[in-house]
Design a protein around this ligand. Structure first.
Ligand code: GSH
Length: 222
């Protein structure tokens, strides 16, 4: 049995989306980030006391104290994109690679997004939306938006041939990159300047498996 640890308001969203795309039978343990249990939610009398990233039971699974984590039998994996690449290959059919070349391309796009996009897209998300207004840094968000102009143009060009990243079909590469590009939505100019990226993200998020994950995310208590 596959188990995915992590609330959907975390990078576990990527893994649950892929699991729904693949029609996987899996167990979901909604481990929450410990910082989100601050304030009235904290303490022994809290009505909502789920397993969190500092719970000893979770640290026994992932000593990095981060979600997501996945177990498949004896295998334990952390790192959301690695989990998706594994799940796609092991259980994902056409979501995974059909050749060694596609395998390399899926890893390439995932690492491209993790290293070249995510630090900036996360900054845009937190500094224009996620943090309380008083804690937002408008300059940091502007710097991050500027840093994403070139990668967005590269992605737009890559989508020109088929509308997908690898193999002319929807794959784990689209999920991994779309989930990281999503954080940049509070920078609409990036999408207006790159209409293929805008259309591709909308198409990815119109898929039933994404919508199912998003509805489950909205239904989480906090
Ligand atoms: N590179 C890691 C990053 C994991 C990560 O930063 N997870 C956050 C939530 S999205 C977390 O668990 N933070 C721990 C905490 O705040 O308690 C991945 O992609 O899985």
């Amino acid at each position: 049995m596959i188990t995915i640890y992590g609330v959907l308001r975390s990078r576990a969203s990527r893994n649950i989306w892929l699991a729904h795309e693949a029609g996987l039978d899996f167990r979901h343990v909604p481990v929450i980030q410990v910082y989100r249990l601050a304030g009235p939610l904290a303490g022994p009398d809290a009505a909502y006391a789920p397993m969190h990233t500092a719970s000893p039971a979770f640290l026994a699974v992932n000593p990095n104290a981060q979600v997501p984590t996945m177990t498949d039998g004896d295998l334990v994996l952390s790192e959301s994109l690695a989990i998706n690449l594994y799940l796609a290959k092991a259980h994902g059919g056409a979501l995974g690679p059909a050749s060694l070349a596609e395998d390399g391309q899926m890893a390439m796009w995932s690492l491209w997004a993790a290293t070249g996009v995510e630090p900036h897209s996360i900054s845009i998300f937190y500094n224009r939306f996620g943090k309380p207004p008083a804690e937002r840094d408008a300059t940091a968000a502007d710097v991050a938006e500027a840093a994403l102009r070139a990668p967005f143009a590269v992605l737009d060009q890559a989508l020109a041939a088929t509308g997908y990243l690898v193999g002319g079909r929807f794959t784990v590469a689209d999920i991994n990159v779309a989930e990281i590009i999503r954080y940049a939505v509070p920078a609409p100019a990036l999408f207006e300047a790159n209409p293929r990226v805008k259309a591709w993200l909308a198409a990815c998020q119109a898929r039933p498996a994404f919508k199912r994950m998003w509805a489950e995310r909205d239904a989480e208590p906090v």
